[in-house]
Design a protein around this ligand. Structure first.
Ligand code: ATP
Ligand code: MG
Length: 224
């Protein structure tokens, strides 16, 4: 079985009386250390798929497993542990905690690890330096630009050194130089840690670095 295996996953959403099928018998197999890009029109279900892979939403049907762990069969506690330890998510709208500084937001991802506050602070700071935010660690999200917040969100996902990184439009608000820096970080994580990446993006500059690219349409993925 692949490192990440998605089999026959279906998910519907309720809008009032109407039920809309968002994901329909979707299959995906990803090897360890692979980088996979997912494109698709707005509303096609990309975020829904990412949330399902990240254990945030449960599919109505089908199975998802990561490294032999059947995510779709986990109870609430194990699912929590899965989200905390195995997955780093870069959310489309960042989801930073507004009352915490950039550094504190990143440190939060390390909670539950046996790290002293000092070590956790240093690790968070190093990761913020790596995304080009040296000197901005004490800012609150509202004091940062969209591109800066996006990089805090990336730092928060990478600081855990998770097996799987799910990044929803991670370069949407970045200039070319920041984007190149972010891409270098992803490639470095893959090379040094064997991190597997699923990236939702429409950025043609990222596409060239991906192992595979899929389009999500009508609830399924097709290779492009
Ligand atoms: N909580 C929800 N309740 C009801 N419908 C939802 C919910 N979340 C998403 N949907 C619907 O599911 C479909 C897929 O949404 P999703 O956010 O996954 O799309 P997307 O591909 O990420 O779009 P975008 O490119 O705009 O971010 C949409 O039709 C949306 O209206
Ligand atoms: Mg989305």
């Amino acid at each position: 079985m692949s490192f990440l295996s998605v089999q026959q996953v279906s998910r519907s959403c309720m809008n009032g009386e109407e039920t809309t099928a968002v994901l329909k018998d979707l299959d995906l197999e990803v090897g360890k250390g692979e980088m996979v890009m997912i494109m698709g029109p707005s509303g096609s279900g990309k975020t829904t798929l990412m949330n399902s892979l990240g254990g945030i939403e449960m599919p109505d049907q089908g199975g998802i497993s990561l490294d032999g762990l059947v995510v779709t069969s986990l109870g609430p506690n194990d699912l929590n542990q899965y989200r905390r330890e195995k997955v780093g998510m870069v959310f489309q709208f960042y989801n930073l905690i507004p009352t915490l500084t950039a550094r504190e937001n990143v440190m939060l991802a390390l909670e539950g690890r046996k790290l002293s506050r000092k070590d956790s602070r240093e690790r968070a700071q190093r990761q913020l330096d790596l995304v080009g935010l040296k000197g901005k660690s004490d800012r609150f999200p509202q004091e940062m630009s969209a591109g800066e917040q996006q990089r805090v969100a990336l730092a928060r996902a990478l600081v855990k050194e998770p097996a799987l990184v799910l990044a929803d439009e991670p370069t949407g608000n970045l200039d070319e130089a920041s984007e190149a820096m972010v891409l270098d970080l992803l490639l470095k994580a893959r090379k040094e840690l064997g991190t597997t990446f699923i990236v939702v993006s429409h950025n043609p500059r990222l596409k060239g670095h991906m192992d595979r690219c899929y389009e999500l349409r009508h609830g399924r993925l097709s290779a492009i």
